[in-house]
Design a protein around this ligand. Structure first.
Ligand code: SF4
Ligand code: FES
Length: 268
């Protein structure tokens, strides 16, 4: 355990915590967009800026990437910090002006319209936070997408700007995107990610045939499940429910015969 000061309060933190972790536990409200528990901190959005003081020096730092240390002083709500975050928000809004989530967060910080011209590369709202790229590589293990280009032309893309052949249609990229930039089309026969030009076959419930997501993703998950559990991915929620209910009634019947008469269900 180590001790640091956050907004004048002494707080304890564990080795490996970031300043954002410790500040959140201390009740500080720090806006953030690219800090996700599923992936390593990347520090792309810069919205989580705070002031840190160490060894007599003060600097602005992204709290999601800054490790705690004994004696560190952190300021999360000074005018300087808030002004810097508003500037960052203006830049983000210039990249993703149509994102409702971003507009709401901006409004909560006092930023309604950015001073900067809108960047509408590929007509896509993307703040280049990298969460989708990192979750695809670190968690899913597909590495189907990355960034291409520079400056205002920098954008998400599949390798060599082709369709994302390595995409398994899991939808993790869309799930983590903080501005809703990635569209997934869950069709009857295909799962499509138009953002990356990817298409994979849909998986269907083994019993009723309802589409239940992507076939390659199901195969990936099945390969990681313990023997005898792969059926967990084969049925739609409704068929699983029916199986559970049937399993329960079978169990009840089996158990009832071994119960003392007083504990058995009363026949209707
Ligand atoms: S698509 Fe979304 S998750 Fe991916 S980099 Fe852009 S904003 Fe981040
Ligand atoms: S949340 Fe820290 S840089 Fe994005």
């Amino acid at each position: 355990m180590m001790k640091l000061t956050i907004d004048g309060e002494e707080v304890e933190a564990r080795d490996g915590d970031t300043v954002l972790d410790a500040a959140r536990r201390a009740g500080a409200e720090i806006p953030e967009l690219c800090a996700h528990p599923a992936v390593s901190p990347y520090g792309a959005c810069r919205l989580c800026l705070v002031e840190v003081k160490r060894n007599g020096r003060t600097r602005m730092a992204a709290s999601c990437c800054y490790p705690v240390s004994d004696g560190l002083t952190v300021l999360t709500k000074t005018e300087k910090v808030q002004r810097a975050r508003r500037g960052v928000m203006e830049l983000l809004l210039a990249r993703a002006p149509e994102s409702q989530a971003l507009r709401e967060l901006g409004a909560s910080m006092g930023v309604d319209e950015p001073r900067f011209p809108t960047v509408t590369h590929a007509e896509r709202d993307c703040i280049l936070c990298g969460l989708c790229v990192n979750v695809c590589r670190e968690v899913i293990g597909a590495a189907a997408i990355s960034f291409a280009g520079r400056g205002v032309d920098r954008a998400l893309a599949a390798p060599f700007l082709q369709s994302a052949d390595a995409c398994i249609g899991c939808g993790a990229c869309a799930a983590v995107c903080p501005v809703g930039s990635i569209e997934i089309r869950w069709g009857d026969d295909e799962v499509e990610v138009p953002t990356f030009g990817a298409k994979v076959p849909a998986a269907r419930c083994e019993e009723c045939g309802t589409p239940i997501g992507s076939a390659p993703f199901r195969e990936r998950v099945q390969g990681q499940l313990a023997a005898g559990l792969s059926h967990a991915t084969e049925l739609c929620p409704s068929c699983k429910q029916q199986h559970a209910a049937a399993g329960l009634s079978r169990a009840n019947r089996g158990t009832a015969s071994t119960l003392p008469a007083s504990a058995r269900p009363v026949p209707l």
